[in-house]
Design a protein around this ligand. Structure first.
Ligand SMILES: NC(=O)c1ccc[n+]([C@@H]2O[C@H](COP(=O)([O-])OP(=O)(O)OC[C@H]3O[C@@H](n4cnc5c(N)ncnc54)[C@H](OP(=O)(O)O)[C@@H]3O)[C@@H](O)[C@H]2O)c1
Length: 344
């Protein structure tokens, strides 16, 4: 029987992607949708300005949106996907967990909390067992698991693939699509014919979340990885797909050929939404590109290319679809991992 799921922030950019992925999902059944008080009580089709390429699913379009409050969501919902602004997530996600809901969240609140697993299943699925510590400490029947920021998800799998060479320092410059800011995030007057070399709070997220994801969990506590990460983030007028320029210094020398081989060999998983190949490496030096390559692995894979030696060790570019692999798809994958590991 399918697990009944709810979507918090269902009308937003990530919420719509969640609906697109969850509606045909064989293991999950959409049973509740929430948004702000101004959308509550109305039919989904009337409050969601549907912008996803595929048509709005008819059965979801007719559902009534609730206020984002656990008392407004039916008790028979087992799993909550959260795509709320982080200030709202910080206020309400603990209430859902306290009332017994398992929450797989995109929002940035609590990502770095000691007892909250921040998970990319292919990289650190074992960190999910931090939920036992979380339940002991917080006394929750429910649970809170986070996926990382969309730009963090884009480069961390490539670092994980290179980790055996000893990661020392990483510099990352991002070239991020407008959908990453949400539907009301950047005005057209700001972004058309422009590049904005600042995204509030983003650089710190890349620098800290990457060390948590690559860190080690001993069953009781989590130790951050020693790698030093420096980030610089830029918003550009592409719609979807974050491209990143990476420079990595490793303890052991690594040739571009070895790096490509390590990335190609890095394993995917057999969860329903896992891509067959997690990291697709292009040989052409001008790939990956957002418009051409954001849909690799149905938007769930990472594209890499332009691998070469540089003055600062190894250099390459990588790309991921920010609202699929970087957000909604990441949460769904964590939901599948929660299901596989018996947390639902
Ligand atoms: N976009 C991305 O690529 C991306 C990637 C990774 C993570 N994230 C994170 O995911 C979260 C959602 O991002 P988004 O891009 O989907 O944002 P968005 O398009 O602005 O959508 C926000 C959603 O939250 C609801 N909401 C706003 N204020 C609320 C309140 N006070 N109470 C309850 N619901 C409220 C909105 O409902 P109404 O329609 O009723 O206002 C809408 O459903 C953010 O935390 C973001 O940082 C986004």
């Amino acid at each position: 029987m399918a697990v009944r799921v709810g979507v918090l922030g269902a009308t937003g950019a990530v919420g719509q992607r969640l609906i697109e992925l969850l509606d045909p999902h064989p293991d999950f059944e959409i049973a509740a949708l929430t948004a702000s008080d101004s959308s509550a009580g109305k039919q989904y089709r009337d409050v969601a300005k549907w912008r996803v390429d595929s048509p709005i699913p008819e059965d979801v379009a007719g559902m009534t949106v609730s206020a984002t409050d656990p008392d407004e969501v039916s008790d028979d919902v087992d799993l909550i996907f959260s795509s709320l602004p982080s200030s709202v997530g910080a206020a309400v996600e603990p209430d859902f967990c306290e009332q017994g809901y398992v929450v797989s969240s995109n929002s940035s609140n609590a990502r770095m909390a000691d007892d909250v697993p921040l998970v990319i299943p292919e990289v650190n699925g074992d960190h999910l067992d931090l939920l036992e510590v979380q339940r002991d400490e917080r006394g929750w029947d429910g649970a809170l698991v986070k996926n990382p920021n969309c730009s963090t998800i884009t480069f961390v799998p490539t670092l994980a693939a290179l980790a055996e060479y000893g990661l020392e320092t990483v510099h990352v410059a991002t070239i991020q699509a407008v959908s990453g800011a949400g539907y009301d995030g950047v005005s057209s007057m700001e972004i058309i014919d422009n590049v904005i070399p600042y995204i509030g709070g983003e650089e710190e997220k890349l620098e800290t979340e990457s060390r948590k994801l690559l860190g080690s969990f001993d069953g009781a506590s989590l130790e951050l990885d020693d790698v030093e990460v420096g980030a610089s983030c830029n918003r550009v007028p592409t719609i979807d797909g974050h491209l990143e320029n990476i420079f990595v210094e490793t303890t052991e020398d690594i040739s571009p050929e070895e790096a490509a081989e390590a990335m190609r060999a890095y394993p995917s998983l057999s969860l329903r939404s896992s891509p067959d190949q997690l990291i697709e490496v292009f040989d052409a030096p001008d790939r990956p590109q957002p418009r051409l390559d954001r849909h690799v692995g149905n938007g769930m894979a990472i594209a890499a290319g332009g691998i070469r030696e540089s003055t600062f060790g190894l250099q390459y570019n990588c790309l991921a679809h920010n609202t699929i692999r970087g957000a909604a798809g990441a949460s769904v994958l964590n939901g599948e991992l929660l299901l596989e590991n018996g947390y639902l």
